[in-house]
Design a protein around this ligand. Structure first.
Ligand code: PGA
Length: 254
């Protein structure tokens, strides 16, 4: 990955377990028609690994659009049935890797410490990690938002050196807002982004100002502008609303 920081705002689509190779290729054709090249932002797709090849092929004339994987294993290779490593993802064309998405944490039992190993593996392979952090509804109601987010953030960046920390991305995704239609209020998201920024600054100093911090959780065409206008908001990570290529082109054009 080049050294310069990613252009902000960052519009990242997380397809989750949707859109196979054929649908991915069709999607990209429609999306590219609706979304002419722009140099004032970064657009990225986190897609199922098996759809990677089809999407990369459809995007071959648009190298400014980045692809990423939704998960990696921390080892480079070996007897880990069902897993893909960071070097394999890099070779397949990925530039970014989601780490610690709440579905990985809550459905698959991924622990904080694994996020750190995955971030480290991503960096070693030349991928930029996008570390996802966020509290559950119960944690928010108990007033633990800040402590949960900081615990996840610290564990994720623990093995990284200053340079790697200053060139990664963080996505704040409150679990109660993901796929529920309940979006965080822009000012509440900003408050958490400031907590994240402060911790990054304590770790790496001024370069922390350039780490893109994204918000995710029920972002759609109707709320994206007000979220992006909020303080300390560098982009969005979008699940459900990214599955329609025209809708996603509209969001990424905000
Ligand atoms: P959502 O998902 O936009 O469907 O809420 C966001 C995410 O999980 O990254």
């Amino acid at each position: 990955m080049e050294e310069r920081p990613l252009r902000t705002p960052v519009f990242a689509a997380n397809w989750k377990m949707n859109l196979g190779p054929r649908a991915a290729a069709e999607y990209m054709r429609t999306f590219l028609e609706c979304f002419p090249r722009r140099d004032d932002r970064t657009v990225a797709f986190f897609l199922p690994a098996l759809s990677f090849h089809a999407a990369a092929d459809a995007l071959r004339d648009r190298p400014e659009i980045l692809l990423g994987v939704q998960n990696i294993h921390w080892e480079e290779k070996g007897a880990f049935t069902g897993e893909s490593s960071a070097p394999i993802a890099r070779e397949a064309g990925a530039r970014l890797a989601l780490v610690g998405h709440s579905e990985r944490r809550h459905i698959f039992g991924e622990r904080d410490e694994e996020s750190g190993r995955k971030c480290e593996a991503a960096v070693r392979a030349g991928l930029v990690p996008v570390l996802c952090v966020g509290e559950t509804l119960e944690e928010r109601e108990r007033g633990e938002t800040e402590s949960v987010v900081l615990r996840q953030l610290r564990a994720g960046i623990a093995p990284l050196d200053e340079h790697a920390t200053a060139t990664m991305l963080v996505a704040y995704e409150p679990v109660w807002a993901i796929g529920t239609g309940r979006t965080a209020r822009p000012e509440d998201a900003s408050t958490v982004h400031e907590v994240i920024r402060r911790e990054l600054r304590a770790r790496v100093g001024e370069p922390a100002a350039r780490v893109p911090i994204l918000y995710g959780g029920s972002v759609n065409t109707g709320n994206v502008a007000s979220l992006l206008a909020a303080r300390d908001m560098d982009g969005v990570l979008v699940g459900g609303a990214s599955l329609d290529p025209r809708g996603w082109a509209a969001i990424a054009s905000t």
